[in-house]
Design a protein around this ligand. Structure first.
Ligand SMILES: Cc1cc2nc3c(=O)[nH]c(=O)nc-3n(C[C@H](O)[C@H](O)[C@H](O)COP(=O)(O)OP(=O)(O)OC[C@H]3O[C@@H](n4cnc5c(N)ncnc54)[C@H](O)[C@@H]3O)c2cc1C
Length: 500
């Protein structure tokens, strides 16, 4: 094939939830644009987006305690929780639009209602949870949240967690029924199936090896066809690097100034998965605890009811750990290979600052199954080792960059890095992650296609009515959207929200 035939409008690298979301948005906004996807694995959604590689929580800050911190005056800062909840509402609206337009079907194959709960032990944490509940429960986005420190109520909510609990330590929980379990792997596969019907060319077993700018301002992508053992070059006006942990190495190859002084720190994960159906049946919630002192936010333990392959299952974790790989299917040389002259100081500074984190992660890697069981028993006192298997989760590559807080600062969020002219963008970081894919991909559109945003605005608002509007300041709109999306997505078990 000549280079001329390989010219296209858009190249999406990586077939995870992010590329699938961006492709789906673009196909609605600019249906005539030609899009090609290159994915090095044999299927879509096989890395972090795969259902076994992430926790499947529809992150709306309903139960994750790290999104509400205690301020110096001991009041609770809920600003981050509001931000994340609003971002998740954008995803719900876009998914609903796709379902209502028959572009994807059977939402139960990727999203299910499940109560989201926070569970704490010890007086200090019970006080924190109560204050958090008081700060959130008046807020329209968190309406319907309940708090209890009454063992009888807790027995009703979380029998598996209460069974065999002998300690006199105070305990408490909050519960909100509007939480969700999202199978991001299934969603990714559905979105790629949909894209194929819109003439998007999806190439599996095609690994992108290099990206260079051409003299006429296009991007030339060197792709290795792994099955045929051939190398091809493709050019595009716009490239999105949606390679999850693999995004940083490709971003570095672009040579754009924005790619400099950035590093990545990989964090691996493990889940315990319950193989005893009787135990699985006794639990029905996602229950998030509090991170141990010194532990990073992504290692908050949680006990989750999940729906995978239409089967109810129970997972506990994740146990964070250290691995030098940037992808689960990556290489042990990924971390060292990402150290470049322009980011070596940033990386060294992070190394010095984050000794405690590195030590924590190495300790986690060395945990024996018995030690993991002890952590599980803080949630399920009667847990037995023979009921649980271990599954290896995906890799999360945390961004390291120089910020106002100093050189080599570890970031726990996601970052869109794009060229000044908007011709290329990469997504780095993995938190809150897939739940906020729509928000993050809208950010890519805003950064990379400012000249089209006015023309696209009406269509975006048709798909995502709350685009550009604060839901916390418009409780009626939130109520309307929440109800409509619950209906479209079949989240019918959700209780009617108590609106004031
Ligand atoms: C343990 C864990 C728990 C998590 N829990 C949650 C959760 O509960 N809720 C939530 O919302 N998010 C969660 N996340 C985060 C979420 O999984 C990620 O943010 C999201 O899946 C990232 O999607 P992506 O498309 O960017 O990357 P990925 O899904 O990793 O996809 C990237 C794709 O790019 C491909 N690729 C890489 N390099 C190349 C190359 N050179 N050429 C071609 N293809 C390439 C890969 O093979 C892969 O298919 C979790 C993540 C982990 C690891």
């Amino acid at each position: 094939m000549s280079d001329l035939q390989n010219k296209t409008d858009v190249i999406l690298i990586g077939a995870g939830v992010m590329s699938s979301t961006l492709g789906s948005l673009l196909k609605e906004l600019a249906p005539e644009w030609e899009i090609k996807v290159f994915e090095k694995l044999a299927k879509a959604g096989e890395e972090s987006s795969n259902e076994w590689n992430n926790a499947g929580t529809g992150h709306a800050a309903l139960c994750e305690l790290n999104y509400t911190s205690e301020k110096s005056d001991q009041s609770i800062d809920i600003s981050k929780a509001i931000k994340i909840n609003e971002q998740f509402q954008l995803s719900r609206q876009f998914w609903s639009y796709l379902v209502d337009s028959n572009l994807i079907r059977n939402p139960q194959d990727f999203i299910m209602p499940i109560p989201h709960m926070s569970f704490v032990q010890g007086e200090a944490d019970v006080n924190f949870l109560k204050k958090r509940f008081e700060a959130l429960s008046d807020n329209p986005l968190f309406a319907g949240m309940e708090f209890s420190d009454d063992p009888e109520k807790l027995q009703e909510w979380i029998p598996l967690i209460m069974e065999g609990r002998t300690s006199n330590e105070p305990i408490a929980a909050t519960k909100i029924d509007s939480g969700t379990d999202v199978n991001f792997g299934a969603l990714t596969r559905m979105l790629f199936d949909h894209l194929k019907t819109k003439n998007v060319e999806v190439n599996y077993k095609h690994s992108v090896e290099d990206i260079k700018r051409t003299s006429d301002g296009l991007w030339q992508v060197k792709v290795h066809d792994m099955e045929r053992g051939k190398t091809e070059t493709h050019t595009a006006k716009f490239v999105f690097i949606g390679c999850g942990g693999g995004s940083l190495p490709l971003l570095q190859k672009t040579g754009i100034p924005e790619s400099k002084h950035i590093g990545g720190f990989p964090v691996s994960g493990l889940f315990m998965v319950c193989k005893n159906d009787e135990v699985v049946e006794k639990h029905h919630a996602k229950v998030y605890g509090k991170a141990k002192v010194g532990a990073p936010p992504m290692s908050v333990p949680h006990l989750d009811t999940r729906y995978i392959d239409n089967k109810k299952t129970l997972l506990f974790g994740p146990f964070a750990g250290f691995s030098p790989k940037f992808l689960k299917s990556g290489s042990n040389f990924d971390l060292i290979g990402s150290v470049k002259p322009n980011n070596v100081i940033t990386m060294l500074a992070a190394g010095m600052k984050e000794m405690a984190l590195t030590k924590y992660l190495i300790q986690q890697v060395l945990l024996s199954n018995e030690k993991r069981l002890e952590e599980l028993q803080e949630f399920i006192p009667n847990a037995k080792i023979e009921d649980w298997d271990i599954v290896v989760a995906g890799q999360r590559v945390q961004v390291i960059k120089d910020t106002a807080a100093g050189k080599g600062t570890l970031q726990f969020g996601t970052e869109v890095v794009s060229a000044a002219d908007g011709s290329i963008a990469a997504l780095l970081g993995a938190s809150p992650g897939a739940s906020t894919a729509v928000h993050v991909m809208l950010e890519v559109l805003e950064k990379c296609f400012p000249e089209h945003m006015m023309e696209w605005e009406m269509k975006i608002k048709e798909m995502i009515p709350s685009y550009g509007v604060s839901l916390v300041d418009n409780p009626e709109l939130f109520h309307e959207i929440h109800e409509a999306t619950a209906k479209s997505l079949g989240l019918t078990e959700e209780k009617e929200l108590a609106f004031i």
